[in-house]
Every structure is written in C-alpha cells, then in structure tokens.
Write a protein that binds this ligand. Structure first.
Ligand code: KMH
Ligand code: ZN
Length: 313
C-alpha cells in the first residue's frame, strides 16, 4: 500500500505564550519572517500566522504588523500562508478579521464555537515578567469568552471564503464544534474537502488524550463523512508531538509550532519552530510516510493558488 504524504502546518507565534516564557518566541517582523522561512525549509507546507507588536511582543491584529513579515515569507518560500482569524481573546471580531481581509490568503483559521479559552494557569509558573501586559493578558482569560457565534462563523465564511476564495482550517476544540461544522456542511454552506484541525489540550476545550482524538475523529466521520474531509491534529504543550504522531497513524496531518507548544518532547524549550518541524518530520519518515510539499497541499485542499493573495505592502 502506498502511504500518503503528510501535510505539516507550523504555527509560528500565536497569542498564547508570551516573551517571558521563551527567548525563542518570534516577536518582531524579521523574527517571524525568518522563523517561517526556516520552518518551511524544514518541511512545513503551511505556515499559520499571527502577528505581534514589535515594541513589546503583545499579540496584534494590526495589518501593518502582518505586512512586516508576509511579503518576506511569500517571496522566500512557496509555503501556503494561513492567516489567523482567531487573534486573541482581547480583540474584537473586526480587529481579528482585518489581516485576512487585507491579505486575502489561500487559507485562514475559522474557530467553530464560542468558548472559555483559559491560559491564566500559565501565570503561576513565573514570578518576574518582561512586560506588564503578559500577566494581564493571562488573567483576562479568566473573565473573557473567546466569541465565535453562529453569525460570526457565517460572516467569516461569506467574507473570506465565498468572496475571497480562502479555504479554512476549521479549529475544533470540542465535540460541539464538530457538530456545528457538520451542520454547515450538510446545509451546503461549506463544500468538501474540509480541513479540520482537531485541537486538544486548550483549557476550556477537550483534553489532550488519545481517546478524545479517536472520539473526535469518529464524530467527524459520522457527521461529515471520511471522504469529505482531511484532518490535522494540534496537541497543546507537551502533547504536541505525541498527538501529532497519533494523527499520522490515523491517516491525518499534523500541526506543530511555538504557537501551541514552547517545548520539545524532552520538555526542554524548543530553540525554534524549525526544530519542532524537523522532529515531527523525522517521526513521519520513520513511520514510513512522506511529507507533502506546498503544491501537494494546495492540490489536496483545493486552494486558490499563491499568486491570488495580496502579499504586497
Ligand atoms: N492556538 C490554537 C489553539 C486561530 O488562530 O484562529 C488556536 C488557533 C486559533 O490557532
Ligand atoms: Zn492561531
């Protein structure tokens, strides 16, 4: 049997971890650009991107901050650029959508439900902070909701999908999110092939266990049909590489990167996004699979093409 190639997504910086937590977290435009280029060279076909304010590293949805790295990555690699529409819990929906509206990317994230998104427990691990905004951001997740209403979801599908031709990375953090995705698929709002990201281990969502991943996949098979979707797995923190390995064995794809884990399986800090890409690529190849390049990912996911995005300043 020919084993199919695995799509590696690398999520470069996100909005969960903060500069105090790792000196290797990319923050400036040039750091995010270089980390993305290195991750693509290491084997990532898709680069999932958030921006940060280069002044102090806080999560940012400013178009200008995105345009400090998008042109460089687009010029240096042919990786698929996947722009976050999740931003951070402190941003309004309009702020969160501004970068994808400007860039018109091949892919963007779509979070499939409102939820508590708790990162406040990370605060107990540190006594000193580089910036005051860091503990404040973590605390804020105790009293804010990560809002993604049905209307929000429909607006994003219309605005970025139908009007701008983006395909979505459907972020499903819990079983109900798969039900919602199934609802829009059966209604005809969304067309196959879907690209589902099973997200395990975010506080407020489903826990990062092998049993939970099996349950999520069974739900997607039942509600959407295995022939209608590809999936990828994101295990948060220490479960990143173990659950990615399980994803490969189950016929799925993987997402790594410092957005969701600052560490390697030995619990030491990852020195780069590329180090995590290289680790999962080695495992993929040891298991007898290959790694998909960007063009193979484009074909499998039905993307519009790298020439159809706005990567200019
Ligand atoms: N960091 C992930 C758990 C988004 O960017 O829209 C969620 C995420 C959401 O990547
Ligand atoms: Zn993200």
């Amino acid at each position: 049997m020919v084993k199919k190639n695995i799509i590696i997504t690398c999520a470069i910086t996100g909005s969960i971890y903060t500069p105090t937590m790792s000196p290797h977290l990319p923050v400036s435009g040039s750091e995010i650009a270089q980390a993305s280029i290195d991750a693509a060279e290491a084997g990532a076909a898709i680069i999932h991107l958030h921006a940060r304010d280069p002044k102090d590293g806080r999560p940012s949805a400013e178009v200008d901050h995105f345009m400090n790295f998008i042109p460089q990555i687009h010029q240096a690699t042919d990786a698929v650029l996947n722009i976050s529409t999740g931003g951070s819990s402190l941003m309004s929906l309009d702020q969160r959508l501004a970068p994808a509206r400007h860039i018109k990317p091949e892919m963007c994230s779509l979070n499939m439900g409102s939820m508590n998104f708790g990162i406040f427990t990370l605060k107990d691990r540190y006594t000193e902070w580089q910036h005051d905004w860091e503990p404040a951001l973590l605390d804020a997740t105790k009293k804010t909701t990560f809002q993604n209403t049905y209307e929000d979801i429909e607006n994003i599908i219309e605005d970025l999908g139908v009007s701008n031709g983006a395909k979505f990375e459907f972020e499903c953090y819990d079983m109900g999110h798969i039900e919602t995705l199934g609802f829009y698929f059966r209604k005809g709002t969304l067309k196959a092939p879907l690209y589902i990201q099973f997200v395990l281990g975010v506080m407020g969502g489903i826990g990062a266990t092998p049993e939970n991943l099996m349950t999520m996949k069974a739900a997607a098979d039942r509600l959407i049909g295995p022939e209608n979707y590809h999936f990828s797995v994101l295990g948060a923190a220490s479960q990143q590489i173990p659950l990615s390995t399980m994803a490969v064995i189950l016929g799925g794809n993987v997402r790594v990167g410092l957005e969701d884990s600052l560490i390697m399986p030995d619990r030491n800090l990852a020195v780069s996004n590329a180090e995590q890409v290289r680790k999962i690529k080695t495992i993929i190849e040891e298991l007898g699979y290959g790694v998909a390049g960007p063009d193979e990912a484009r074909e499998r996911l039905g993307l519009k093409g790298r020439d159809k995005i706005n990567a200019a300043r």
